[in-house]
Design a binder for this molecule. Sequence first.
Ligand SMILES: [Ca+2]
Length: 139
Amino acid sequence: MTLNYSIIIFLLCVSKIYCQYCSGVFESGGGTIASPPDPGDASLYQNNADCEWIIGVQGLLVDIAVDENFGIEFGGSCEWDWLQIEENGVIYNSKYCADGGALPGSSFTLEGPVRVTFVSDGSANDIGFSLDFDVQPPV
Ligand SMILES: [Ca+2]
């Protein structure tokens, strides 16, 4: 499973200029991931982003803390830009595409692997998202 994710990430990377901001596989430890900055205005996220991060592995818990300074272009069904979080293959809540009020809370714990996807279309951006993660060690 992890190998397959790595291959997917690699294929995404070779097709993306801003790959370093936009993908990663973190099987353990902690860190921060965020929407990739717009090359013209780093306070906003990049248009045409197609990002994916994989955090943790099956059998481990992952603590997530989302920065409340959150903004993704709103659409009624998040049809333009969206953030999605999957917990061990199951979509956690729904796609997010609004201000901080749309999030399920600033911090939560999910079963690994956690897959975070961020997609934006070609126009209208916002401040984006940032989240801290910490993969809990095996018990
Ligand atoms: Ca957009």
